[in-house]
Design a protein around this ligand. Structure first.
Ligand SMILES: C[S@@+](CC[C@H](N)C(=O)[O-])C[C@H]1O[C@@H](n2cnc3c(N)ncnc32)[C@H](O)[C@@H]1O
Length: 389
């Protein structure tokens, strides 16, 4: 079977590696998505365990068409009886670009009619339409004269991990938090620090990674594939059991989170206790300027305010002070920042080791990675030359 896993722009390469590790074959990087092949067990596994996926589509048919009738006939000929019962419910979502269909609503309507007519032809009755909670969600993607018809196996987006109770106006999307952790290169073998942790998204994603906990471990929402007619409950339970069984019970690393706003930390503490992650996540109310690593090496991963409500000079000074604290107190650490404010980053005062463009929903951001030596990088290489002589 062919699948398409959707993600944020900039995370595709990391996602392709995650899918390969899960056992995917024929992995191909697309825009904001990765296609791959595998079986039903892999489909369940990717939905449950992968951290960088927003949703997984099962591709049912890809075809070319010239007219509305061609399109209708190709959809009419699709056999969905393995997934959708004649008494079941479904809905259609379409995305259309540069095609004879100038609106996606019309495309959805045509696809819906073709599916209903096909069932009526075979069974003399048709499934119902349910836009709120359909048993099967059909995804139609039309680009020029090529159409891809898929089933959405995830249902509610996979970033809805079900683990967070702290409300934060600028909370990071869970998939983006997992994505920047992957881009940072942190592998869970040393401490991680977020000294502007807000609702704790980076902390929780990091703890789950360190413990090899499946991304869907706390998820309360069902997955789309569970209401398909061919849902294999035994296989699903086996996959979940195997993934849960591979979790580590203990790790001797710590994940430190702090924020200047005590309300977030108070709420994070309750949340993290409920999740039983309080052995690994250590929280405190602190101005970042007063923080320092408990031990090194460690990774700092921060998503600071982007400064929309501040004067440019204020935000530049703020970013400069983050750079200064890292230089002074976080020697022998990797430091990583996600921000959309490129101009403020010019005041940061550290030499970038790696840089990635990512899209946090629609917002273009950059993820910067720094290696903090004692003294500047230039100074260090001069020291090394001196010691050789
Ligand atoms: C963009 S939010 C981080 C959101 C977080 N990643 C999440 O997922 O919820 C930036 C955070 O920086 C905190 N902050 C601002 N100035 C700070 C300072 N001087 N020291 C520590 N935290 C600060 C704010 O309280 C806010 O929670």
């Amino acid at each position: 079977m062919k699948f398409i896993a959707k993600t944020f722009a900039g995370l595709e390469q990391m996602l392709s590696m995650e899918l390969q590790q899960a056992g995917a074959e024929d992995v191909q990087v697309l825009t904001r998505a990765v296609s791959f092949c595998g079986d039903t067990a892999l489909l369940y596994k990717v939905n449950y365990t992968c951290r960088l996926v927003l949703r997984v589509l099962l591709v049912i048919k890809e075809f070319e068409f010239k007219t509305n009738e061609d399109f209708y006939k190709s959809v009419f000929n699709i056999d969905l009886t393995d997934y959708l019962d004649k008494d079941g419910t479904f809905c259609v979502h379409s995305v259309v670009a540069d095609s004879i269909f100038y609106n996606s609503q019309y495309t959805s309507l045509l696809a819906k009619d073709a599916i209903c007519d096909s069932y009526r032809d075979r069974y003399d009755c048709r499934p119902g339409i349910d836009k709120q909670s359909p048993e099967v969600t059909i995804d139609v993607h039309v680009y020029r004269n090529t159409a891809t018809i898929s089933l959405d196996s995830s249902g509610i987006s996979l970033h809805r991990r079900g683990y967070k109770t702290t409300r934060h106006p600028a909370a990071l999307n869970e998939v983006m938090a997992a994505g920047i952790i992957a881009l940072s290169g942190w592998d869970g073998t040393c401490d991680l620090i977020d000294f502007m942790c807000g609702s704790g998204t980076i902390l929780i994603e990091a703890a789950m990674k360190a413990l090899n906990m499946p991304a869907g471990y706390y998820r309360v929402e069902n997955y789309g594939f569970m209401s398909w007619k061919n849902f294999d409950e035994k296989l699903w339970n086996d996959i979940r059991f195997q993934a849960d069984d591979a979790m580590k019970e203990f790790t001797d690393i710590k994940i430190y989170g702090s924020d200047i706003n005590y309300k977030y930390i108070r709420s994070d503490k309750e949340n993290i206790e409920q999740l039983r992650l309080d052995d690994i996540i250590v929280l405190s109310v602190e101005d970042f300027a007063d923080t320092a690593p408990a031990r090194t090496p460690a990774y700092v991963i921060v998503n600071p305010p982007y400064g929309e409500r501040l004067q440019m000079e204020e935000i530049e000074n703020f970013y400069q002070s983050i750079g200064n604290i890292l230089k002074k107190k976080y020697i022998n650490c990797m430091a990583c920042m996600l921000t959309s404010n490129r101009q403020a980053m010019r005041s940061f005062g550290l030499k970038t080791l790696r840089k990635y463009k990512v899209y946090n929903a629609e917002l273009e951001c950059c993820f910067y990675v720094y290696q903090i030596y004692s003294g500047s990088k230039k100074q260090k290489s001069e020291d090394q030359i001196m010691s050789k002589n």
